[in-house]
Ligand binder design. Structure first.
Ligand SMILES: [Zn+2]
Length: 71
């Protein structure tokens, strides 16, 4: 399935209705038509994001941090 945040198909199934996107490094779960977005903090806790807009912002933030640590 394609990531509902970035549209990438670089996703993996991690639970019965849970997916991980390797592109934006977020998790999302799907139940019926409802999609919920999560990011994983440093302690490994899934933190629910309010909506897709917040998920996009978080994905951009995570990616900028990844680039910082790679340099
Ligand atoms: Zn994504």
């Amino acid at each position: 399935m394609n990531c509902p945040v970035c549209g990438s198909n670089n996703t993996g199934k991690i639970g019965s209705s849970e997916y991980y996107c390797a592109n934006c490094l977020l998790e999302f779960s799907k139940s019926g038509r409802k999609v919920q977005y999560y990011y994983i903090d440093e302690e490994g806790t899934s933190v629910l994001l309010k909506n897709k807009t917040d998920a996009k912002k978080m994905a951009a933030l995570i990616q900028s941090q990844e680039e910082d640590s790679a340099n």
